[in-house]
Ligand binder design. Structure first.
Ligand code: B12
Ligand code: SF4
Length: 461
C-alpha cells in the first residue's frame, strides 16, 4: 500500500527532520509498503501544498503526526485529505493522541483511527489489515473511535523492547541538509544536523511532563553499536556534521552513555543535547566524555529554583546537584542552558521570582523560561484543573501562549514575568557577549530573533 505521512507546518521557529515519521517510514518500507513523506517545514504551500501532494500521490492511507498544540491543524490536514482522496484511510498519531485518545472519537469521523504511543508496530499492522482486509480490532496501540475510551480499549499499547530490531529511520526521505538554520537548540555549530534517538522511555515521574504518555516510564535503549552505525551512515550519506541527541533520559545507563560518547569522540562531530540532560547524571567523568565527544551545549532540565516546588513536581532533583552539574560542564568547556518552568500549579509570584534569581546565579549561558503547559494526561494538569481555568483548546498548549496560570498569579502577570525573566537573564554583558559569539551565520541571527519574539511577543489570548 502507498502511505503518505505528514505533519502540520511548524508553528514556531523550529525546522527539524520529523524523526517519528522517519521511524514509521522505515518500518512501513520494511513491511513492503511504499511511503511518501510531505514535510511542510521544507516543502512549499502549507496546507494547500499537503492537499496537492495527497491528490498526486493517491495514497491508501494518510498518516499525520501531532503535538497537542497542532491537533486542530492536524484535523484540518485529514479533512483536506478526505476531500482530495476520499478512499484514503485517515490516521493520526503522536503526542496528542497518545495523551488524549478520546480526541479521535471527538473529531467526528475526520480521524478514522488513532495510534497511541509508539507507532511502528500499530501502523504496519493497520496498513496490512486495510490492504488485506484483516481485522483492525485488537491491534495494540490502535485507537478505534467506534470503541469508547472508557471501556479501557486503549490501555494496551505496542511497546518495542528491542530497539535495535526496529528499522532505521528512512533518512533518505528527509535528508538533513534540507533542514537549514532553525534546529531544536539554537546554539548549533555546524550544518547539516541530524537528531538521533538512542533510547525511549524515562524512569522519572515529573508531574508536568508529557513524555510518558508517548514512550512510557520504562527506559529502553539501543545498543551503542546501533547508534554509532546510524551516525556513521548519516555522515557518509548526507555529510552530517552535528548530532543532536533528543532522548528523554540519555544518561540513565551510565556505561552505555559513556560507550556511545567514546564512539562519537572518534568521529569529529559537533554534539548537543537540546532536549536536556538530568543534572544529577553529570559527574566529572561524564562531563569530560561529553566534551571529548564534541559536545558544545548541554541543556539541563532544572524547572524551579524553589526546593518546595521541586518536591511538588516530583522532579527528584536537588538544587545543589544543579549547581554542581552546571559548574562541571562549564569546567569541561561546554556551554550550558537551563530549562525553567514558570507558573506551575500552586506557585506564587515569589516562587517565580525565586526561579529567575536562581537561574541568574547559575553559571548558565542560556535560559529558557517556559510557561507551564497543562498537557493532557499529566498529574500537574489534574492539579491545574483543581485550581481552575484550564483551556479546552489544545492549540494554546505552547509555552509562548501562556495558556494557564495559578490563580495567585494570573495569565497576564505570568506573561509579564516570563518576558521580564527573558530580558533580565539575557541583558547582562556576559550573556550578550556569549550570544554575540554564537551568531556565526544569518541562520543563527534569524533563529535568535524568532526565538526572542516568541518569548517577548504574543500575550495570553
Ligand atoms: C523532538 C521534539 C520536538 C520537536 C519536533 C520535531 C518533529 N517535527 O518531529 C520540536 C522541537 C519541533 C518540538 C516542539 C514542541 N514540543 Co516537542 N518534543 C520533542 C521530543 C523531545 C522528542 C520527540 C521525538 O522526536 N521522539 C522520537 C520519535 C521516534 O517519536 P515520536 O515523534 O513521538 O513518534 C513516535 C510516536 O509518537 C508515533 N507517532 C508519531 N506521529 C505519528 C503519526 C502516525 C500516523 C502514527 C500512526 C504514529 C505516530 O510513532 C512514532 C514512532 O514510534 C518529545 C518528548 C517525547 N518523549 O516525546 C517532545 C514532546 C512531544 N513535545 C512537547 C511539547 C509540549 C512541544 C511544544 C508544544 C513546546 C513549545 N515550544 O511550546 C512544541 C510545539 C510543537 C509545534 N508543533 O510547534 C510535549 C508534547 C505534549 C503534548 N501533549 O503535545 C513532549 C512530549 C515533551 C514533554 N516531555 O512534555 N518538539
Ligand atoms: S521531565 Fe525529563 S526527567 Fe522528568 S519525566 Fe519528563 S523526561 Fe523524565
Amino acid at each position: 500500500m502507498r502511505v503518505l505521512l505528514t505533519l502540520p507546518p511548524p508553528g514556531g521557529h523550529y525546522r527539524v527532520p520529523p524523526l517519528g515519521l522517519l521511524y514509521l517510514a522505515g518500518a512501513l518500507r520494511r513491511a513492503g509498503h511504499q511511503v511518501v513523506l510531505h514535510d511542510p517545514a521544507v516543502e512549499r504551500g502549507g496546507l494547500r501544498g499537503i492537499a496537492r501532494r495527497v491528490r498526486e500521490a493517491r495514497p491508501g492511507l494518510v498518516g499525520v503526526s501531532a503535538h497537542s498544540s497542532d491537533w486542530r491543524v492536524a484535523q484540518g490536514i485529514l479533512q483536506a485529505a478526505r476531500d482530495a482522496v476520499p478512499g484514503a484511510v485517515r490516521v493520526a498519531g503522536g503526542a496528542h493522541v497518545s495523551a488524549d485518545p478520546g480526541a479521535v472519537a471527538a473529531s467526528g469521523g475526520v480521524v478514522q483511527y488513532g495510534v497511541a504511543g509508539e507507532g511502528e508496530g500499530p501502523l504496519v499492522a493497520l496498513a496490512d489489515a486495510i490492504e488485506r482486509g484483516g481485522a483492525i480490532a485488537g491491534i495494540p496501540g490502535v485507537v478505534d473511535p467506534a470503541v469508547p475510551v472508557a471501556a479501557g480499549r486503549f490501555a494496551a499499547r505496542w511497546v518495542p523492547e528491542d530497539l535495535d530490531a526496529l528499522a532505521m529511520p528512512a533518512w533518505d526521505l528527509a535528508p538533513p541538509g534540507r533542514y537549514r538554520g532553525a534546529p531544536q537548540g539554537f546554539a548549533f555549530r555546524r550544518l547539516p544536523i541530524a537528531p538521533i534517538l538512542t533510547s525511549r522511555g524515562c524512569p522519572h515521574a515529573c508531574t508536568f511532563c508529557g513524555g510518558a504518555a508517548v514512550t512510557g516510564r520504562r527506559f529502553r535503549a539501543r545498543s551503542p553499536a546501533s547508534v554509532l552505525a546510524e551516525v556513521a551512515d548519516l555522515v557518509a550519506r548526507f555529510g552530517v556534521r552535528e548530532v543532536h541527541l533528543v532522548d528523554d533520559a540519555f544518561a540513565t545507563r551510565r556505561d552505555r552513555a559513556l560507550e556511545i560518547l567514546d564512539g562519537l569522540a572518534g568521529m569529529d562531530l559537533a554534539l548537543s543535547f537540546p532536549n536536556g540532560l538530568r543534572a544529577d547524571a553529570i559527574d566529572d567523568a561524564l562531563a569530560s566524555a561529553l566534551r571529548r565527544a564534541g559536545t558544545h551545549t548541554v541543556n539541563l532540565g532544572i524547572e524551579s529554583g524553589s526546593p518546595a516546588v521541586m518536591a511538588r513536581v516530583a522532579k527528584g532533583l536537588d538544587l545543589d546537584a544543579v549547581r554542581c552539574a552546571a559548574s562541571r560542564l562549564k569546567a569541561a568547556g561546554i556551554e550550558v542552558g537551563g530549562f525553567f518552568l514558570l507558573g506551575l500549579p500552586g506557585e506564587t509570584v515569589r516562587d517565580v521570582e525565586g526561579t529567575v534569581r536562581f537561574a541568574m546565579d547559575l553559571p548558565l549561558d542560556r535560559a529558557h523560561f517556559s510557561a507551564f503547559l497543562p498537557l493532557p494526561g499529566t498529574e500537574a494538569t489534574r492539579q491545574a484543573v483543581a485550581e481552575g481555568g484550564v483551556p479546552e483548546d489544545p492549540s494554546l498548549l505552547r509555552y509562548d501562549a501562556v495558556p494557564w496560570a495559578p490563580a495567585a498569579i494570573g495569565r497576564a502577570r505570568l506573561k509579564a514575568l516570563q518576558r521580564g525573566a527573558f530580558l533580565r537573564f539575557h541583558l547582562r554583558p556576559r550573556i550578550l557577549w556569549g550570544l554575540a559569539r554564537t551568531l556565526r551565520t544569518p541562520a543563527h541571527v534569524l533563529a535568535l530573533v524568532s526565538r526572542a519574539s516568541s518569548y517577548l511577543g504574543r500575550g495570553p489570548r
